[in-house]
Design a binder for this molecule. Structure first.
Ligand code: GDP
Ligand code: GDP
Length: 434
């Protein structure tokens, strides 16, 4: 199951313009609630019903021109390794630059689908100009104008067609956990504390293919798969801890997990990058446990923990029904509790509520507090059912689904949470015509 699309290319070709177009709709919603800053370079998108994560590799470079170039090379290499599909963007206005040639050289060796995309093709003359990009040796190309969206439909048709098939639900019902967070939050230490030396037992000895990214563990009576330990192992060799690297890791791990253990460093708090990872997991509808690590380092007074927790909850509104566990990997404090909580979240995520129970519980509540009339019309909810999806989704059948607004949907979601315990799990509420 792979769903990561990386956009690579030199600065100013229009990557972020195109990226913003891809994630626009969802982003608007998320930004409003989370107050996330503009420096976001990854998000969730969909086209023709296929969902995928998008990474804009452009935004992480800093420093001098030379450092910049080296940095871009590094990002392209990582993108090639971690992504399932690569969009290589060039700019018809600027023509072929040496940096384009460098990137093309890297990409020519790649076995994954690469889509050479010529941007800023705003008119017919530029369509002709675009032909020079054949010389990059990457074959056919797509022409788009990211600024107004022209040509992007054809490109996206091809991109989603090239995404690997979503794998069938495994018969083995083991939770898949991913440990995610910023560099230095304590991810490797946590994993070490959890699985000890076994992390060095390599299941795919050759280590060349990245197909098997789950490794199975049995620890403290918990059975689970840890997603992407191969990458974590590799990290001991690749000493770099650049943010971009960790973002790539996180996105990939989140895509493959059922539950994300989001680790943060208590001394740094729930900052913007941590929030980005949180919302990515939420939009992927994965279970989430927040682990506040290095709790040993904080000077604590009576209310320190309460206040810390309240602050996080404010940041994650309206999805506040998430467990927060304070741990110290160093002192081996509450590691067990963390795992126990992750297992609970996994169970919550796979929970199926019987239709009869749903209706008996919720219909009377809806009767007491019906959806407000909209444009003089009354909405009548008649029937509720949970959809047979891997994560909780509920359909509310009614006469006028389009008239039910978000606040009321949130009311329904809250009732579901109050009654059935979906702690740590994003749930979806759909209104359907009946
Ligand atoms: P990035 O550095 O690759 O992320 O590039 P940006 O997305 O920041 O775009 C660089 C510049 O190109 C900005 O001034 C954009 O407005 C402009 N640009 C992006 N897409 C188009 C396009 O389709 N046509 C034209 N004419 N300009 C574009
Ligand atoms: P990663 O980059 O997220 O994998 O983080 P590491 O596991 O490499 O940890 C980064 C640093 O934080 C290391 O020096 C750890 O020893 C330290 N560290 C990890 N957990 C704790 C903790 O609970 N308390 C303290 N004081 N330090 C910790």
């Amino acid at each position: 199951m792979g769903n990561i699309v990386a956009i690579v290319g030199r600065p100013n070709v229009g990557k972020s313009t195109f990226f913003n177009r891809l994630i626009q709709r969802r982003e608007a919603i998320v930004d409003a609630v989370s107050g996330v800053t503009r420096d976001r370079h990854y998000g969730k998108s969909d086209w023709n019903g296929r969902e995928f994560s998008v990474i804009d590799t452009g935004g992480y470079a800093i420093g001098s021109d030379d450092a910049f170039e080296a940095e871009i090379d590094k990002q392209v290499v990582l993108a090639i390794e971690e992504a399932d599909v690569i969009i290589f963007m060039v700019d018809v206005e600027g023509g072929i630059s040496p940096m384009d040639e460098d990137v093309a050289q890297l990409l020519r060796k790649v076995k994954k689908p690469v889509f050479l995309t010529v941007n800023k093709v705003d008119n017919g003359a530029r369509e002709e100009q675009a032909m020079e990009f054949y010389s990059l040796g990457l074959g056919e190309y797509y022409t788009i104008a990211g600024i107004n969206g022209s040509g992007t439909g054809d490109l996206l048709d091809a991109v989603v067609k090239a995404l690997p098939e979503v794998e069938e639900v495994e018969e083995e019902e083991l939770p898949r956990f991913a440990v995610v967070g910023r560099p230095n939050a304590g991810k490797s230490s946590f994993i070490n504390a959890l699985i000890g030396e076994e992390r060095y037992i390599v299941t795919d000895i050759a280590g060349t293919t990245r197909d098997s990214i789950d490794t199975r563990y049995n620890r403290f009576g918990f059975e689970f798969n840890l997603v992407d330990t191969a990458g974590i192992r590799r990290k001991t060799k690749v000493k770099e801890d650049i943010e971009f690297y960790s973002v790539m890791r996180s996105v990939r791990a989140i895509e493959h997990a059922d539950v994300c253990l989001l680790i943060l460093d208590a001394t740094r708090g729930f900052d913007g990058q941590v929030q980005n990872i949180f919302w990515l997991a939420q939009r992927n509808r994965k279970g989430i446990v927040i682990l506040v690590n290095k709790w040993d380092l904080l000077e604590k007074e009576t209310n320190t923990m309460k206040e810390f927790e309240a602050k996080i909850r404010r940041e994650i509104e309206p999805f506040t029904d998430v467990p927060i566990v304070f741990i110290s990997v160093l002192n081996k404090q509450r590691i067990f509790k963390a795992m126990e909580t992750a297992v609970e979240v996994y169970k919550n995520r796979s929970k199926k509520i019987k239709t009869s129970v749903l209706n008996e519980t919720l219909l009377p509540m809806i009767e007491n507090y019906p959806p407000p009339a909209y444009k003089g019309k009354y909405v009548k909810i008649k029937f509720i059912t949970q959809l047979p999806t891997p994560q909780p989704q509920f359909a509310f059948f009614c006469n006028l689904p389009q008239y039910v607004r978000d606040p009321y949907k949130r009311f329904l979601e809250n009732k579901l949470r109050d009654e059935f315990d979906f702690k740590g799990v994003p749930i979806s509420v759909y209104m359907r015509k009946k």
